[in-house]
Design a protein around this ligand. Structure first.
Ligand code: AMP
Length: 418
């Protein structure tokens, strides 16, 4: 038997309804906030991520599914969506087409990570990006979208954390301050931190190695090294969030794993998730569009992990319409009527099922039970003769004959009551 690849998973009935519910809410929320859907290929040129995600990131250094295709081209299964969306934005001149491009995308991502609960090698993200707006109001609006999404999914125990990682002007000053503060302690940090110190010292704050923490806790905070413009921007983001009544906690350790972030970074954490507790994360990337060969345009966005949202959603989220109707028929003539009845029930919006094989009434009730039917409609000779159907409520065991046309209204009423 051939099994699925480590770190990938099948989403089966029972769970898939939660995904459908999540995707429907995600689309609704994004569209209410004026974002239009864009779908990009899962495969791109390797250099898009080397340049976009950044050479210094764990993703590019260790986690990409890259290979040479049969035409000799280096290609990569996308590890994140932002570079692809920036590419599409530039390639199709979405700025001209959309004015202020606000876009979202949903799909699978691929990273060669060590799998654990909430961390997979193929996983799915909802990605939201807004291009071209410098005003901090857009930062708050994008965070508001993310917050709304989590609220509408009914996820409890969430926390928004925010930070500012500065810009091209003030970041080097902060990085220098970090290295100066580390001083002789640097060789005592883990190998990853040593590498980060050489490539992007800010990312030392990402370190989870327990022995490193006392040293990292004593390091200066980026918020104290922001230039005037970055400080004003960060103040305004916080003010807007307060105006919107969105609770947040500033966290100086929130630097995010990607190279391109500038100024605002944010994450929403869920307490129910354990070690992999980030539901979503994002921030501003004011240099990325230019880095990828475009004009000097700013951007802000976030990516939410769908697996984690599904895990954190309440137990009963996405449970479909409460009624399941089974039509049981006895005899060929009744089977014909039943086929039309089940079609009409489905047209009217009910989940309805029928027995295809002309089995005994007992076998049909057994199947209805397995399907979790709330109602069974029985059609036999007597019912055929007088235009009725016997309706049995499987939850109470009560049954009664009703005229066939009245079944729909009756079920609608039962649906409303459920
Ligand atoms: P990132 O693109 O790394 O900023 O991650 C954004 C969000 O995607 C995270 O908050 C997670 O919810 C999700 N995510 C990232 N990596 C994985 C993974 N390997 N497995 C599942 N979800 C992930």
């Amino acid at each position: 038997m051939i099994s699925a690849i480590r770190g990938t998973r099948d989403i089966l009935p029972g769970e898939v309804e939660r995904w459908q519910h999540l995707e429907a809410i995600a689309r609704q929320v994004c569209e209410r906030y004026g974002c239009a859907e864009v779908r990009t290929p899962v495969i791109e040129r390797e250099e898009l991520f080397e340049k976009g995600t950044g050479q210094a990131t764990d993703i590019v250094q260790k986690e990409m599914y890259s290979f040479t295709d049969k035409g000799g081209e280096r290609v990569t299964l996308r590890p994140e969506a932002t570079p692809s969306l920036v590419r599409a934005y530039l390639e199709h001149n979405l700025e001209q087409a959309m004015g202020v491009p606000k876009i979202y995308s949903i799909g699978p991502m691929f990273r060669y990570e060590r799998p654990q609960k909430g961390r997979y090698r193929q996983f799915h993200q909802l990605d939201v990006e807004v291009f071209g707006i410098k005003d901090p109001m857009v930062d708050a609006d994008v965070i508001d979208l993310a917050w709304r999404l989590v609220q509408e999914l009914g996820i409890q125990g969430v926390e928004l954390i925010i930070n500012s990682v500065g810009c091209r002007r003030c970041r080097p000053v902060f990085n220098a301050a970090l290295l100066a503060a580390l001083g002789d302690d640097l060789p005592r940090l883990c190998a990853d931190c040593q590498r980060r110190a050489a490539t992007n010292p800010l990312r030392i704050f990402d370190c989870k190695v327990p022995a490193d923490q006392p040293i990292i806790d004593a390091l200066p905070h980026s918020a104290d090294y922001l230039c005037e413009e970055c400080r004003t921007h960060f103040d305004a983001v916080r003010r807007h969030l307060q105006t919107l009544n969105i609770p947040f906690r500033p966290s100086h350790r929130l630097v995010r794993g990607l190279d391109y972030y500038t100024r605002t970074t944010f994450e929403i954490l869920a307490s129910s998730l354990g070690a992999q507790n980030a539901l979503l994360g994002g921030g501003r990337y004011d240099g990325l569009v230019k880095e990828l060969g475009g004009p000097d345009r700013v951007g802000i966005g976030f990516a939410a992990g769908l697996e984690r949202l599904v895990l954190a959603m309440p137990e009963d989220a996405g449970v479909p319409t409460p009624l399941v109707v089974f039509v049981a028929a006895m005899g060929d003539a009744a089977r014909d009527v039943a086929l039309v009845l089940v079609r009409d029930l489905r047209r009217a919006g009910f989940r309805a099922e029928i027995d295809y094989e002309g089995r005994s009434i007992k076998a049909q009730f057994k199947r209805a039970d397995r399907l979790g039917a709330t109602h069974v409609l029985v059609l036999g000779d007597a019912e055929l003769a007088d235009g009725t159907v016997t309706i049995k409520d499987m939850r109470t065991g009560q049954q009664a004959p009703v005229r066939r046309q009245e079944v729909f209204a009756l079920l609608k009423e039962a649906e409303g009551a459920a």
